[in-house]
Design a protein around this ligand. Structure first.
Ligand code: MSK
Length: 635
């Protein structure tokens, strides 16, 4: 395979390990996402503006942004309809991804409950009774503190199943349980209360079908509703995962490619759902697996992760992270990976080509996510232990095939503390959010910014994530976040206690007292729900709406449809959201205006687009200070 070298890797990524590995991949003739991005240049101008429509087979159609060529598609859709349909498509796509993730977790949780009731063995169980009781209490299930856990779990399953299958106009049970009064009133007034996790995405796909909804305003209004369904689907996933695997508590670990080991079997788990990756970790840590590894000459088994599956097993089990989205091929290019085990979402099909250059086995595991060239070992809830064993055995048996002379692991990794669930934050604060609220009131914590989302090769990897976070903490803003941002921040050392030194003087005192880093890792993509739960609690404690709080959201390197949906629900919940990559909406002035201006009149927040992280930080600080003044809080 010939590959045209990237001119300056340092312009493609701020991560030193990635810079080194781009060159290493080129030496080996391996093409990566960075190289494929270059090959795609220039990208289609119509598509970049949202002015390309392929939803029916009369098309594809495009609209000329300069007004010389066609101003409508063949069906008559204008620029506003085209762009709005595409936004709704992304939101529904994101909601479907999170909704199905939540559904798989629910099915597994239900299996655990039913097997326990019948006294039959099952690979999964309720590990966190306290969390289960808290979910039941929120859902309004009577006697949540005293009834048996299994009794409560049966009721919880019933309530959450209803949220997928409801055919009436009633709101989601989880929405009722986890939303605050002031927001509920706004959503009711706008007619965007989410009814069913399946229905909202289904309706969205119907609306964007040729000849259905052509009004950009109603398309986007349903976008808000679908995004809210996404929000509560994610919350469902997080809550049930905590109940099954435990609610995260602070845990120390490392991030970056240097977590791969020369003398151990390396297994990289990748994707989003912890159902299988947690099992792989359990098996890999067993005495029997260790013996197997020693028998083939390895010192042990090293499980590490990529993307949000990494975040899941990091948060609960301290498993190190090998990197975020753009690191996935680079991890394989080290030649040190015996098996990469993928579930779903953000797993690049190109991995199969990179794996083929080495002894590495790319293992797909989910029935809905296969990759040509990968081996498929299918996860089934009832067989999860056997499946995990088969995967670990496959990896271990592959270790002797590793070509040691081709192994190249950059010796770069950073120490981190992760595991900041809302429960863990409350514990760190001594049992209530009161000290945090007081610090916000005094101005020691000037505001809170949640940074989330992906890497996108359109911008240098991690630059937006890291520069924005540094700028904010230097200005006494506490930064929390999830997903690939969390991994970027960890790789940059911002999740270590040493990073307290980078914080402004007032914030630093708070961090030192609490012994926490200035950037708090709150989990995987679905765990954005934890940020909402925290914001709800702060708003209620201050007696205001979320839109009144000195907070901001950001996705500096957003890439996926899931990110579009998450950004939209944060805005709908009243949090301004900054995007560092220009989304494909500029082809419609009206849609752009609605998303960046008019929506604020409806929900109290809007999107802000600013590619420069320093300027983005200024916008956020200005907003935070305005909100503080409005609340009568000192600067
Ligand atoms: S993994 S959705 S690239 S954050 Fe959650 Fe990262 Fe974005 Fe995937």
């Amino acid at each position: 395979m010939g590959v045209t070298p990237i001119r300056k890797p340092e312009e493609k990524t701020v991560d030193k390990a990635a810079q080194i590995m781009i060159r290493r991949a080129e030496e080996l003739g391996i093409e990566t996402v960075y190289h494929r991005y270059e090959k795609q240049q220039p990208q289609c101008g119509f598509g970049s503006l949202g002015l390309c429509c392929w939803f029916c087979m009369m098309g594809p159609c495009r609209i000329d942004p300069y007004g010389v060529g066609p101003s409508r598609g063949i069906c008559g859709a204008d620029a506003n309809t085209m762009v709005a349909r595409r936004v709704l498509f992304h939101i529904a796509n994101g909601e479907a991804a999170h909704g199905e993730h939540a559904f798989h977790v629910l099915e597994t949780f239900k299996g655990a409950v039913e097997h326990s009731l019948e006294g039959r063995p099952y690979p999964y169980r309720i590990a966190d009774e306290r969390k289960l009781r808290s979910i039941a209490k929120r859902l309004g299930i009577p006697d949540a503190e005293t009834r048996s856990v299994l009794d409560l779990a049966v009721e919880v399953v019933k309530k959450i199943e209803e949220d997928f299958t409801r055919t009436t106009e009633e709101p989601l049970n989880v929405f009722r349980a986890y939303s605050i009064e002031s927001r509920r009133r706004i959503f009711e007034r706008l007619g965007i209360v989410p009814r069913s996790i399946w229905r909202e995405a289904f309706e969205a796909l119907h609306r964007i079908h040729v000849g259905v909804d052509a009004d950009y305003r109603s398309l986007l209004a349903h976008g808000l509703r679908t995004a809210l369904a996404d929000c509560y689907a994610m919350l469902t996933a997080t809550e049930l995962q905590d109940a099954m695997f435990g609610t995260p508590r602070p845990v120390e670990s490392y991030a970056n490619l240097g977590v791969l080991k020369h003398d151990e079997v390396n297994i990289v788990v990748h994707g989003h759902n912890p159902l299988l990756s947690t099992k792989v970790v359990e098996v890999a840590r067993s005495e029997d697996a260790l013996k197997l590894a020693k028998d083939v000459g390895a010192k042990g088994i090293n499980v590490c992760g990529i993307c949000c599956t990494a975040n899941e097993v990091l948060m609960r089990l301290g498993i190190p992270s090998a990197g975020n989205l753009l690191h996935q091929e680079l991890a394989l290019a080290t030649g040190a990976v015996e098996a990469m085990v993928a579930d779903y979402q953000c797993v690049m099909p190109a991995l199969a080509d990179v794996a083929r250059c080495f002894h590495t086995k790319l293992v797909t595991t989910m029935p809905i996510a296969r990759i040509p060239g990968a081996i498929h070992i299918e996860w089934k809830a009832g067989r999860a232990d056997e499946v995990a064993w088969e995967i670990v055995r496959t990896a271990v048996e592959n270790f002797p095939r590793r070509a040691r002379e081709r192994v190249f692991i950059p010796d770069i990794k950073s120490k981190l503390i992760a595991g900041f669930s809302v429960e863990a934050i409350v514990e760190a604060l001594g049992g209530s959010l009161a000290p945090l609220i007081e610090a916000i009131k005094r101005g020691d914590i000037r505001g809170i910014v949640g940074i989330v989302g992906c890497n996108n090769p359109k911008v240098p990897q991690d630059r937006g994530h890291v520069e924005l976070a540094k700028e904010l903490i230097a200005n006494d803003v506490l930064v929390v976040g999830t997903g690939c941002w969390a991994i970027a921040a960890a790789k940059a050392g911002l999740m270590s206690l040493e990073a307290q030194a980078l914080a402004g003087g007032r914030l630093r005192k708070v961090l030192e007292a609490l012994k926490i880093p200035p950037c708090l890792h709150m989990g995987s993509c679905v765990d954005n729900s934890r940020i909402l739960v925290a914001l709800n609690a702060v708003a209620e404690a201050l007696g205001v709406d979320i839109s009144d709080l000195p907070v901001f959201g950001s996705a500096p390197e957003a890439m996926s449809s899931k990110a579009v949906s998450i950004g939209t629900w944060f805005v709908t919940q009243g949090v301004n959201v900054h995007l560092g990559v220009i989304p494909p909406v500029l082809g419609s002035e009206l849609v752009t205006k609605l998303l960046t201006e008019d929506v604020e009149k409806l929900v109290g927040a809007r999107f802000v687009v600013e590619p420069d992280p320093k300027k983005a930080a200024e916008i956020m600080l200005d907003h935070i200070d305005r909100k503080r003044r409005a609340l009568g809080l000192p600067a």
